[in-house]
Design a protein around this ligand. Structure first.
Ligand SMILES: Cc1cc2nc3c(=O)[nH]c(=O)nc-3n(C[C@H](O)[C@H](O)[C@H](O)COP(=O)(O)OP(=O)(O)OC[C@H]3O[C@@H](n4cnc5c(N)ncnc54)[C@H](O)[C@@H]3O)c2cc1C
Length: 464
């Protein structure tokens, strides 16, 4: 780590790494600091007893292939492969889908018996949605317009989105439409080789581009002087810079690391109204070497709750789980199988538990997941599994410093504050999960590119 850089990127999520690489590619001197001992942020992995667990690799939209090719290189894009088997199982239906517009259309018409003209009108309305349009209509009202009272259809169209970004029926329909349009039109994709390979390739690419990467390096303070960013304090050492790009929590970037006193009061008042996204729980299950999982599908959205219900999805009384099943094919050359069960969760439900209650709640979550798998999908799961472990909103908070372990940053209103940072304080930028468009792997990576170009614009204008 040197004493001065053009830009210090704080955080190595997909947004931070992509911004760092872009800025280095145009000749900037870039430092990337990550407080954790590993790259990736939420898009990370860990190893236990020979098992590699992917935390956030369930699937991303096809657009990721183009973004990886454009911003990271063709070796990355060539590894993007389609997730083959996606299933839904709940009391209202058991059905498979390829997550493409033709398949959704066919399922809505043939399985759910919705008139073809209604389905066409629904897709036309999704296509016509524009982020800058009136955002008064809620997703519930939107669904009621096309599928009144059809909670089975609502569930089919909504549950994966709620899993993806925690959005509810009572949020603006636009927050649904944009994600549905991006995510559920041309299939779901994954990275062949897993998150571990992708991050290793990214680490090499960053070094190759000349980015200085420092792990276990906490940015404690963004130093503002004369109304501009002057330095970042990293592990107690002040490092000079013209710009700081924070990939960490938007709210903490402003309030904790920069300080409210540097912003206009109305900006801070507005920021305090921004809602965080919800969090997640996960159960990781590793299968003993030599044992196999039957082919039960790649991505299975399951629920035992009678109808779609966001509260039930978030509750600690778990009724809905999304299973990502990893077969050896995802990591060519290995013979390992694993399952990651993901649940939406509320931080408050976990935050107040004392150590004993917390440990017991995690153990119960693992046990209930094993029971659910045993009952419906893998009868011998207990005898073939040799590792189980749970993550909660507290785990996500601890490893990423996101307030309340928010899995997707903030709700849609956060985007305005994220993009306005550099207008408040020249040289201060944010990138990473906020709102609707900028969340998930694709959104975060693309936002990194957008932020990098904003930094360049401000440099060119001589403002930072
Ligand atoms: C359980 C789960 C499953 C998911 N599944 C999917 C999926 O299937 N598909 C999909 O597209 N998306 C998925 N996501 C969401 C996706 O992973 C995230 O939206 C995306 O990776 C976020 O990237 P980001 O750029 O916002 O940065 P983040 O991943 O939020 O990373 C921010 C980084 O900044 C670091 N940092 C923060 N503060 C500091 C500081 N002060 N100093 C130094 N470093 C700091 C953190 O340690 C972290 O590494 C999932 C998320 C979770 C939690």
């Amino acid at each position: 780590m040197q004493d001065r850089y053009d830009i210090i990127v704080i955080g190595s999520g997909l947004g931070g790494m992509t911004a760092a690489r872009r800025l280095a590619a145009v000749g900037r001197k870039v430092l990337l600091v990550e407080q954790h001992s590993q790259l990736g942020g939420l898009a990370t992995w860990f190893k236990r007893k020979g098992h590699v667990f992917d935390v956030a690799l369930h699937g991303f939209p096809v657009g990721m292939k183009k973004s990886l090719r454009k911003y990271w290189g063709k070796d990355f894009a060539e590894r993007v492969v389609q997730v083959q088997s996606i299933r839904f199982e709940n009391p209202q239906y058991k059905i498979g889908s390829t997550f493409t517009t033709p398949d959704f259309t066919a399922k809505l018409v043939e399985h759910f018996k919705v008139p073809a003209a209604t389905v066409q009108a629904f897709f036309a309305a999704i296509t016509a949605m524009n982020y800058y349009d009136d955002q008064q209509e809620t997703t519930r009202e939107f669904f009621n317009r096309f599928f009144p009272g059809r909670t089975d259809v609502w569930r089919f169209l909504m549950e994966p989105i709620t899993y993806a970004n925690g959005s509810t029926l009572d949020e603006p329909a636009i927050s649904y439409g944009i994600v549905f349009g991006n995510f559920m039109s041309e299939g779901v994709y994954t990275f062949l080789g897993g998150t571990d390979l992708m991050l290793d390739m990214m680490r090499r690419e960053l070094r190759h581009a000349g980015v200085d990467v420092e792990l276990s390096a906490l940015a404690e303070k963004i130093v503002v002087e004369g109304g501009k960013v002057r330095a970042v304090v990293v592990n107690g050492r002040e490092i000079g810079c013209r710009a700081a790009v924070s990939n960490g929590s938007l709210v903490r970037t402003i309030l904790d690391w920069t300080g409210a006193e540097h912003f206009r009061p109305e900006f801070i008042a507005g920021l305090r109204q921004v809602r965080l996204s919800t969090s997640s729980c996960q159960v990781y299950i590793g299968i003993k070497p030599g044992e196999k999982l039957p082919h039960i599908g790649d991505l299975i959205f399951t629920s035992t709750y009678p109808e779609f219900d966001t509260d039930a999805l978030l509750s600690r009384q778990i009724t809905s789980r999304t299973y990502s099943v990893y077969y050896p094919e995802i990591r060519p050359g290995t013979d390992r199988y694993s399952i990651v069960a993901s649940m939406n969760a509320r931080y408050q439900d976990w935050a107040g538990l004392d150590p004993a209650a917390y440990k017991a709640a995690k153990a119960a979550m693992v046990e209930e997941t094993l029971q659910a798998l045993e009952g419906s999908y893998v009868p011998n799961i207990r005898s073939i599994a040799d590792w189980t472990e749970a993550a909660t909103p507290r785990t996500f908070e601890r490893y990423t410093l996101h307030s309340a372990g928010a899995t997707f940053g903030t709700k849609f209103e956060g985007l305005k504050f994220s993009t306005e940072l550099s207008k408040q304080i020249p040289g201060l930028f944010h990138t990473g999960s906020v709102g609707i468009i900028m969340s998930g792997w694709l959104g975060a990576a693309n936002y990194g590119v957008i932020t990098a170009s904003e930094v360049e614009k401000q440099f060119a204008a001589g403002l930072a």
